[in-house]
Structures are given as C-alpha cells and as structure tokens.
Design a protein around this ligand. Structure first.
Ligand SMILES: [Zn+2]
Ligand SMILES: [Zn+2]
Length: 357
C-alpha cells in the first residue's frame, strides 16, 4: 500500500518551517501534533482520520489533522508540497534575479494625497533606480485621512502627469493610476469614467478591516470581479511592526504605526477569483505590512495568480523597498513571468485594459 508516514510528514514540515525561520508557534504546532500522534496505535490513527476525530486529541489542530488525513490517503500533504516548492533554491539569488527583472512599480503615492514628495521627484527617483515606469496611485476620496483625491482633483492630476511625462527622460514614463478604496459593499470609490481612463487600478480595503469572514470575502470578490480593478492591494491589511527608523513626517498621514491582525476572508475563494479574472495579487513590500503573509502568498502561487511586487512608497527613498517584496516572493516560489511589473509598460497597460473590455 502507498500509505505515507503521516508523523514523518509532520516532522518534515516542522523542519522546513524552522529552516525558513517561520514563527515558533507554527513550528510547535507541527512538532506537538507529531508527538501526540506518534504515541497512538496505527489502527486508531487511521480510524480517527476516517472519522474526522483527530482534532479531539490534544495537540492536534485543523491544519495538522488535514496533513495527516492527506498522508494516510497516500498523498503528499498540500502544506508540505508548498514548502518543498522552494526547497533547495538559492533564495538570495532568486530574490536578486526577481528584483533585476522588475521594470517598474505599480503602487506609489505623491504629495497629492498622503505622500511626502511631488510627483516629479517620485518619477526621477524611480528612473534613477532603473525603472521604466512608475504607476502613480494616490488615494481615493473616501480616505479623507490620506487626503484622497476627488474626481475633480484626479482629473487635474491626469493633466499634470501628461505635462510631466513630456519632460521626463526618454525611456521612462509615469503611468496613471489610483489606489482606490474597496468600499463596504465591494464597490470602488471613484467615478467609473475615471477608473476606465486610468492605466492601472489598485484596489485596497482600508476600512472595516474587522468585517466578519463571510462579509469580507463577499466584499473582496465583488471588487475583484469589477472590470476596473487590476491589482488587489495589501489583501489582509495587517500591520506587523512599527515603521522602520527614519520613516516619519510627511508621507505618513493616515498610516500611523501600530500592529493590526490580518483581516479574515476565504483566501482560497479570493485567490481563485483573482486567477479567474486575471487580476494580480499585490506583494506589498512595506516592512510594516509584508502583505500577504507567506502562508497566503504560497496559496496564491498555487492558485495560479498573477502578482505585482510593489513598494506602496509614500516617499522617494521607499521606492527602493521592492527588494523586501522580492525576498518574500522568492521564498514562496513566485515565478518572475507571473509578476506583472516584470513586463514592459505597454504590455502592462494592455493587460490592465483587457479587464475593462
Ligand atoms: Zn497612503
Ligand atoms: Zn493602501
């Protein structure tokens, strides 16, 4: 029989998590489950897996029980498979290659909303970093704390960008965009006509982050299905740590440093919808966001999603933060060809336009 060593699989997962420097509580979950199950007669293990009563055992949770059930069916547990996908890869090398492949940044802010610098300075800094384009994505009206742009101000910004573009170095351009709020009902916080006109639309949840799971899932699915949305921004909204030293002052309005748990939604459904609609999942590079968390990022890779490795920069120096996102992407096995900002500007804009068609 092709029955696998279920306890061995749990230990292997714990080992790989430790090696990847994952949180201790997560490693401990697998180690304690392995210890609890190793003490059990094989027949009882099998009958409990069949009956779905493994979680009644102390030390065995939903995730570990699922791994055991898959092992006993003779399958490689999905959790293990995801970890093995990046095993043996030289992650530093993979992250550097990914960073080198990036041609632009799809999520940036200027002093028109809560950024600290004029559009021109952001553009020149991006050009100096070797980018071919910068998508300017200032906030939308309802995010008043970040001075979100009304339709009238956004129209004015579009004229301004056209003028700046004419004066920028050849081979570099600002693409128009927005970070539009995903409202409580999943609709997008800007005029249709404007959303249709923009090159790239990032949609993010900034309010009601504690919505219950069903409500948040519905809200996100509605937004992803909206033809104007191209990239799903910082999908969990979590804040993992206070901002790095030196990052204060202008550019921080509306983004106070505090930790915040990830919002709760059905990640399988959300990533499946992104894959189905050809929308990209943002890998947000901000050190205090690191969003999505690695577990979800691996899930999105497996779901076949596209990605955008973005800085969400609110100041020129932050445009260099892409390497943080590249490290997490490499760790989770994100293939470069599925990262939309490795594509030339024309291809990126064409891709975004297919959603509006
Ligand atoms: Zn902002
Ligand atoms: Zn945001």
């Amino acid at each position: 029989m092709g029955v696998r060593d279920a306890v061995g699989d749990l230990r292997r997962i714990a080992f790989l998590l430790e090696r990847a420097n994952e949180a201790t509580y997560r490693v401990r979950a697998f180690r304690s489950a392995a210890a609890a199950l190793a003490a059990l007669p094989a027949a009882e293990l099998a009958s409990r897996a069949l009956a779905g009563t493994l979680t009644e055992l102390s030390g065995v949770g939903e995730v570990t029980a699922r791994c055991v059930t898959e092992s006993l069916r003779g399958e490689e547990p999905v959790y293990l498979r995801r970890l093995l996908a990046t095993e043996g890869a030289d992650l530093d090398e993979a992250a550097a290659a990914l960073r080198a492949a990036l041609r632009g940044d799809c999520h940036t802010h200027s002093d028109w909303s809560d950024g600290g610098s004029p559009i021109e300075e952001m553009a020149l800094a991006a050009a100096e970093l070797g980018h071919e384009y910068l998508v300017l994505t200032d906030h939308s009206p309802k995010l008043t704390v970040a001075r979100g742009l009304t339709a009238a101000r956004l129209r004015k910004q579009l004229d301004h960008v056209a003028a700046i573009n004419a004066a920028l170095p050849a081979g570099f351009r600002i693409l128009t965009g927005i970070e539009v709020d995903i409202l409580a009902d999943g609709s997008l916080d800007q005029d249709e006509e404007l959303l249709a006109r923009l090159d790239v639309v990032v949609g993010s949840v900034h309010s009601g982050l504690r919505d219950d799971r069903a409500r948040m899932t519905r809200r996100m699915l509605t937004a992803i299905a909206n033809p104007h949305l191209d990239i799903l921004g910082h999908c969990t909204g979590r804040m993992v740590a206070s901002r790095p030293a030196g990052v204060t002052g202008p550019g921080d309005r509306g983004h106070r440093a505090r930790t915040r748990p990830p919002s709760d939604f059905d990640a399988d459904a959300v990533f499946a919808a992104c894959a189905e609609h050809g929308k990209a999942v943002e890998i947000n590079s901000r050190p205090e966001r690191q969003d999505p968390p690695k577990r979800l990022l691996r899930l999105a890779v497996e779901a076949g999603c596209l990605f955008a490795i973005d800085t969400d920069a609110h100041a020129p120096g932050q445009l260099d933060w892409q390497r943080f996102g590249c490290e997490r992407a490499a760790l989770c096995g994100v293939p470069a060809e599925r990262v939309v900002n490795t594509w030339p500007a024309g291809e990126l804009v064409d891709w975004a336009a297919t959603h509006d068609a």
